[in-house]
Design a protein around this ligand. Structure first.
Ligand SMILES: Cc1cc2nc3c(=O)[nH]c(=O)nc-3n(C[C@H](O)[C@H](O)[C@H](O)COP(=O)(O)OP(=O)(O)OC[C@H]3O[C@@H](n4cnc5c(N)ncnc54)[C@H](O)[C@@H]3O)c2cc1C
Length: 474
């Protein structure tokens, strides 16, 4: 959309945002020190976890909603792209300004406005990390349930905009299930409020739900009211080895008849186990073709009862070397294995194409078996792990970044994996979103009329297309 006004300048796209008069007006809004134009300093804001670089023309750091509104009014008047950024650890290039313009960093928006213990909510600005919100809640004996593995780096604004998931989703759901209300600055610079402070709220369209997962394309979140829950008294984690991923995944549905809903169920395949072992020497079994981790929470007695049943069910269904953590430290160690996987996989190559397909959980055994076949058919290395309890598997095709043939084969694997997920009743992304990385595959999962409605919503919120252009619909 900005094709007509941008031109290449030293590899960076330049729009009206670079005009000296525009930069002066931005400085007048947020202060000289909060407008960064030095190429070296803006460069890190041109990439996220995807690591491809599209440096912005400037990075602006507002501290208040009023400053955010003034910036967007200016962008809408002069017309230049605006890309909101949280922690910058997204996996689909969402925070990357592919069409140039400014990046709005939310790093200064870290205020906790209210924590209400009686009404079970926290209201805060978007620049707090997920961990900081979890800690603030824990300090008053409450829990903020969403917990993406990136929780120490990702921001609440980024979590909401990506509708992040995490480990605890089988029981607690994803971020949108914990957002009660939002304050949002629109593309025109208006300040709107969605939802409120109550769990129940059916007045008008659910704009809060619409903003969750909107990837910075409909407005910029400046304040969020998030649901808190009582902190469970206890947690327990069971780990077991299996002779195949399929066998491990078949256990996922076996707990329901016993009235047990684990808060987390994660699977890890043998390639992930080997990579983690090489890097961290956790002492994992070389016999294991797959590992299953199952965690429960609740009252001490209930957790003990459920953990015993889980151990038994796992053993009856082919699990071996079944271990249960006996202390918080032991439990943390079991989960350290899971958190160590992603970086460890770089042992297999220099480019990791990390997808996060999702299917109904009963289809996970078939999904992982058929993804292994896809990898073999295209002679491409693939390692699988992830949130099997909610059907969301992280599929990693690892190749040599300097070998175009390997990359082309991996791309075929990606396309077939996406088709397979849709065929099994799932979709192409469970939690990482679309960004620019997956936009070409949107039509695999969303039919034409539905896509048109989504584009109409985008136009209604952002008629000039200034918010995060080049994403989702290309
Ligand atoms: C090691 C690792 C582990 C991960 N584990 C998980 C996981 O378990 N579960 C999961 O879901 N994801 C996971 N992710 C992906 C990622 O961390 C999440 O998508 C996270 O929500 C991104 O947050 P962020 O603050 O970094 O957002 P960014 O990457 O900065 O931005 C993401 C999107 O949000 C938009 N945005 C940011 N702030 C705002 C705002 N205030 N208003 C409007 N739009 C905004 C941006 O424009 C962009 O489109 C992981 C990533 C890594 C690197």
């Amino acid at each position: 959309m900005f094709e007509s006004i941008h031109f290449e300048s030293g590899g960076r796209r330049t729009t009206n945002a670079s005009r000296p008069d525009v930069l002066d007006r931005l400085r007048a809004i947020v202060g000289e020190e909060n407008v960064v134009v030095d190429p070296e300093r803006v460069e890190p804001y041109g990439a996220d976890a995807v690591k491809e670089k599209f440096p912005p023309e400037a990075v602006i750091f507002p501290a208040t909603t009023a400053e955010m509104a003034a910036i967007l009014k200016l962008a809408n008047e002069v017309v230049f792209p605006v890309t909101a950024r949280g922690g910058g650890v997204g996996y689909t290039g969402g925070a990357v300004p592919v069409e140039g313009g400014i990046v709005i960093g939310t790093d200064r928006m870290k205020q906790i406005i209210e924590i209400n213990v009686d009404d079970l909510y926290i209201t805060c600005q978007p620049g707090l990390t997920t961990y900081e919100v979890q800690q603030a809640a824990a300090e008053v004996g409450l829990m903020f349930a969403p917990d993406p593995a990136s929780y120490k780096d990702s921001y609440i604004g980024g979590n909401i905009a990506e509708n992040a998931g995490g480990m605890r989703t089988p029981k607690y759901g994803v971020t949108k299930h914990h957002v009660l209300g939002l304050e949002v600055v629109t593309a025109q610079g208006d300040i709107i409020r969605t939802g409120g402070r109550t769990v129940k709220n059916v007045v008008g369209f659910d704009l809060t739900g619409l903003m969750c997962g909107s990837e910075g394309m409909l407005g910029i979140i400046t304040e969020a009211t998030l649901k808190l829950l009582p902190m469970p008294e206890a947690t327990s984690t069971v780990r077991a080895n299996f002779t195949s991923m399929e066998a491990a995944c078949k256990v996922l549905t076996k707990f329901t008849p016993h009235g047990i809903l684990p808060m987390a169920m994660e699977v890890i395949d043998k390639f992930c186990v080997a990579a983690v072992e090489e890097n961290f020497a956790f002492g994992l079994s070389k016999e294991a073709e797959a590992i299953l981790l199952v965690a429960v929470d609740g009252s001490r007695e209930e957790v003990e009862r459920q953990a015993r049943i889980i151990e038994q069910i796992i053993a009856e269904n082919g699990g071996f070397d079944v271990i249960r953590a006996r202390s918080k430290e032991e439990e943390d160690k079991l989960w350290d294995v899971r958190r160590a996987i992603s970086p460890s996989l770089m042992k297999y190559g220099t480019l990791k194409i990390n997808e996060d397909v999702v299917v109904p959980r009963s289809k996970v055994p078939e999904l992982v078996a058929r993804i292994e076949q896809i990898g073999k058919r295209h002679n491409t290395f693939v390692a699988n792990f992830g949130h099997a309890g909610d059907g969301n598997i992280h599929v990693n095709f690892v190749v040599d970044r300097d070998d175009p043939e390997q990359i082309a084969r991996a791309r075929e694997c990606v396309a077939e994996t996406f088709q397979l997920s849709v065929e099994l009743g799932g979709t192409i992304s469970g939690e990482h979103g679309i960004g620019y990385v997956k936009s070409q595959y949107m039509h695999y999962a969303v039919d034409g009329p539905t896509l048109e409605i989504m584009q109409a919503i985008k136009r209604a919120f952002d008629p000039k297309g200034i918010l995060n252009p080049g994403k989702m619909f290309v």
